[in-house]
Ligand binder design. Structure first.
Ligand SMILES: Cc1cc2nc3c(=O)[nH]c(=O)nc-3n(C[C@H](O)[C@H](O)[C@H](O)COP(=O)(O)OP(=O)(O)OC[C@H]3O[C@@H](n4cnc5c(N)ncnc54)[C@H](O)[C@@H]3O)c2cc1C
Length: 429
């Protein structure tokens, strides 16, 4: 291994790294992907949904090959209180606008992508961690992995949100506690028939659901649920600063979420088969690197800050893959001229700036601030339950909706604060 030289070494075999390798190998560049997990997918954690826009555009035939669990037809948002809750559902009954997102296990999706990468002629070595990037005269020339040097003309850093190498070489500053959250995910085996019955879907139809309110109000986090073919994934994203409240840890909070009367009924009879946790970036546009390139190297995916959370949709995987495609285009251009200079690779920044990835992150640049408003997780879910509880709890004298709203608001939030929050929503989501 020590004698080998590649055109490109990609550090990290997640969606971003594999997408980069795929487009490089397609153009005939000798590409090596080094992944520290024992196999592809072993280290990749996500909630459960991938948007198909870029796959449709750049990956021929993927719909017939990729490990799709279910096509999302039902989008639900639930505001939970201790004993009741409010759920809003948006549902596509017919094939309007086609199918634009699907549920999947990221481990399987990444393995499938890996096969496509290898079919194009790139090599993937799992189970090896890159310890260092080799620089000569400020130009990346290769990496050190397991004590051995492997040389390349270009190095692509696709290490994900855990940016140890990027921080070591000063490509990005260390994440502050406010900039990242912890995502915790459980996988519950429920079986196809129970999922279809309880979520009111047919075999290929899936549900994507978000939760706000109890019990996540304690930690100011949000919850998610996705239906797979036979499994349901459920979890929460919690700011690091709230990871422990008194004696309650994140893990217990996800358990509490699973045991909420609304969710317990959906998952009854299921078996918990897996638990995982991973960091998630919360920075949005503010986390997108100003300079995701340098002499001989490029940075892609979560490591470059490409994850978008609009409050309703999370585009981590597809944006990571798109940044990889743009990095590959940059390298192919530079390689044709035999140029590894910082100037040649700055073309990546230009492509990224002009891309949907950067434009969407910019458009939603105020969202992280809006989503950090604690009242979204505490006051408003409980207020909503309260209003509807008052309206639908019938005794002698019926209540008007306005009275219910007035009662529910009293002592919870002032009119000025309410208006301020509504105003902030204008630029936030
Ligand atoms: C709980 C949770 C829920 C999420 N839900 C969704 C969702 O529903 N939809 C969505 O699109 N996105 C979601 N995301 C975000 C999504 O997972 C990421 O945006 C996406 O995986 C980024 O891809 P990546 O390739 O940049 O990074 P990663 O997937 O993190 O891949 C990085 C890879 O690099 C490897 N690596 C790191 N350092 C080294 C090293 N030194 N040497 C060798 N290998 C290394 C890692 O092992 C890993 O395999 C979620 C994330 C979390 C945590």
């Amino acid at each position: 291994m020590s004698e080998e030289k590649f055109d490109v070494i990609v550090i990290g075999g997640g969606p971003a790294g594999l997408s980069t390798a795929y487009f490089l190998a397609k153009k005939g560049l000798e590409t090596l992907v080094i992944e520290r997990g024992p196999e592809l997918g072993a280290k990749n954690v996500f909630g459960g949904r991938i948007y198909s826009y870029f796959l449709d555009k750049y990956f021929d035939g993927w719909r017939n090959e990729a490990p799709i669990e279910r096509w999302v037809r039902s989008e639900r948002v639930s505001f939970l209180c201790k004993e009741d809750g409010v759920t809003i559902e948006y549902r596509k009954y017919d094939d309007i606008d086609g199918f634009d997102s699907f549920t999947a296990f990221l481990s399987k999706f990444v393995s499938w992508l890996g096969e496509r990468v290898e079919n194009e002629g790139a090599s993937i070595i799992p189970g090896v961690k890159v310890e260092e990037i080799i620089f000569e005269d400020n130009v990346a020339k290769g990496v050190v992995a397991e004590g051995e040097k492997i040389l390349a003309d270009y190095v692509v850093v696709a290490e994900g949100v855990n940016t140890l190498l990027s921080e070591k070489y000063g490509f990005r500053r260390m994440h502050t506690p406010e900039a990242v959250a912890v995502g915790i995910k459980e996988v519950v085996k429920l079986g196809k028939n129970l999922i279809n019955e309880r979520f009111s879907v047919s075999d290929d139809e899936g549900v994507a659901q978000f939760f706000l309110g109890y019990p996540l109000n304690i930690v100011k986090g949000g919850g998610f649920l996705y239906t797979m073919k036979e499994y349901v994934t459920i979890g929460a994203v919690i700011k690091i600063e709230h990871a422990r409240v008194g004696d309650t840890y994140m893990r217990e909070i996800v358990e509490d979420l699973r045991m909420h009367p609304y969710i317990r009924r959906l998952l009854e009879g299921g078996t918990l088969v897996e638990y995982s946790a991973h960091l998630v970036s919360e920075e949005g546009f503010g986390g997108l690197l100003d300079k995701p390139y340098g002499g001989g190297y490029l940075i892609v995916g979560d490591a470059a800050g490409t994850l978008l959370n609009t409050g309703f949709t999370i585009r981590g995987v597809d944006f990571a893959m798109e940044s990889g495609r743009l990095a590959a285009e940059t390298i192919v251009n530079a390689h044709e001229k035999g140029d590894t200079s910082e100037e040649a690779l700055s073309y990546y920044k230009k492509l990224l700036d002009e891309s949907i990835v950067s434009k969407a992150l910019r458009k939603f640049r105020n969202t992280p601030k809006f989503l950090s408003n604690e009242r979204l997780y505490t006051t408003y879910p409980s207020m909503l339950c309260d209003v509807l509880r008052r309206i639908y709890t019938v005794d002698e004298m019926p209540i008007r909706a306005y009275e219910a709203l007035k009662e529910a608001t009293k002592d919870r939030v002032s009119l000025i604060t309410l208006l301020k929050d509504l105003w902030a929503a204008r630029g936030g989501i």
